[in-house]
Ligand binder design. Structure first.
Ligand code: ADP
Ligand code: GN1
Ligand code: MG
Length: 348
């Protein structure tokens, strides 16, 4: 990692370098220099992202596009160039690194502590989407093909189940059945997109609360981060991913499932912010926002279960069965959304 730090054009000499963040995919380190400059150094996961040059072309294009459109430089991520002027660096082991300027006076939350935080995050993701409406989508590489293609996620699940390489399927039959009974309906949003009823647009695709930076002082959202999966997608899935993560009453890997459930007030706060920030949503998109929440939660739970069956090779885990715990919270949340469906759809 030391080699990587010195590959970038820093303001001063690095004095501290600490592991930071809770993401399941990349590794982030916060660097401080003797002149007080701060940076975020990230090792990009090359098992998850098979074409890092293409990924970094996307990130370069999106960050530069955003930088020209925000009111203040701190409202967009800015890449720090390497000593030879590139956007990223590959070390001797083949590991790939990039660095961002630290967004000053920013703070990031794993859970919203108030409806206002969550409303603010909706404004951030909604504005990001509005801003990206003018971005030439054909310039973007698909960093993970079929990322939010729920029927394809079911195919991957079926393959993992058939292989059952860790011999774990026998212990999770209840979980398997939960997803199988919901498979038939899970492709409805992808189908509507294919029929031209839902527009394909440049979306964030990882629209979680912990991918928004807030101003420490004002608690206003300032910037959206984690741009690795920015590519054409469905706005209803972005809306849904935010709800899945931030409107759950429990953490994503909570083991006490009695705590899991949809916080309807949080849901409404996010909906309000998103609709305000995204005036160009079509009627059809607005009509399917609740479906986006339900189906992306189902999809995410299915991805956790698939990874559990495959031996936890995709999502980083800190303890045994963490992916199974994550899968179970998503199941609980789907179930609660089904129970509160009338209230969810009535809010729209
Ligand atoms: P991951 O793939 O691990 O989720 P992120 O890009 O989301 O990686 O970064 C992890 C965390 O690091 C974020 O949640 C945020 O708190 C912090 N972070 C990332 N970039 C910046 C930045 N430019 N300024 C301040 N904090 C940042
Ligand atoms: C991963 O890295 P992170 O935590 O931002 C995953 C998302 C999942 C999320 C679940 C590239 O995101 O799709 O929704 O975990 N990112 C990728 O917490 O697969
Ligand atoms: Mg993140």
């Amino acid at each position: 990692m030391e080699q990587a730090v010195f590959a970038f054009r820093l303001n001063g000499k690095p004095v501290t370098c600490e592991r930071y963040g809770f993401g399941h995919i990349n590794k982030t380190y916060r660097i401080v220099t003797n002149w007080g400059s701060m940076y975020e150094l990230q090792q990009i996961n090359n098992r998850v992202f098979s074409d890092i040059p293409a990924l970094m072309e996307n990130v370069g294009a999106v960050t530069r596009y955003a930088a020209q459109r925000v009111r203040h430089p701190m409202e967009a991520l800015r890449l720090v160039p390497t000593l030879d002027g590139k956007d990223w660096y590959q070390d001797e082991n083949g590991d790939c690194w990039r660095m961002y300027h630290h967004i000053e006076n920013s703070i990031c939350f794993q859970r919203p502590s108030s409806q206002n935080d969550f409303y603010e995050s909706a404004k951030a993701f909604g504005s990001f989407q509005e801003m990206m409406a003018g971005f030439p989508a054909e310039k973007l590489h698909e960093t993970i093909p079929n990322f939010h293609n729920t029927p394809v996620r079911f195919q991957q699940f079926h393959a993992a189940l058939a292989a059952d390489s860790m011999d774990r399927a026998k212990d999770v039959q209840k979980e398997i059945d939960f997803f199988l009974t919901r498979e038939a309906n899970a492709g409805m949003l992808v189908e509507l997109q294919k029929q031209g009823k839902l527009p394909l647009q440049v979306t964030h695709n990882d629209a979680m609360l912990n991918n928004v930076l807030f101003d420490r002082t004002s608690r206003k959202a300032v910037c959206v981060v984690d741009l690795d999966t920015v590519m054409p997608g469905l706005s209803v899935y972005d809306f849904g991913d935010s709800i899945r993560f931030g409107a759950n009453k429990a953490a994503e890997d909570e083991t006490d499932l009695s705590k899991v459930g949809l916080d309807l007030e949080m849901y409404r706060a996010y909906l309000k912010g998103y609709l305000e920030a995204c005036p160009s949503l079509t009627q059809e998109e607005v009509k399917h926002l609740a479906d986006g929440a339900r189906i992306i939660t189902l999809e995410c739970g299915l991805r956790f279960l698939t990874d559990y069956l495959q031996g936890d090779t995709y999502f980083a885990t800190q303890r045994a069965q963490q992916n199974l715990d994550r899968c179970r919270t998503q199941m609980g949340l789907v179930q609660d959304m089904e129970n509160q469906w009338d209230a969810m759809t009535a809010s729209v």
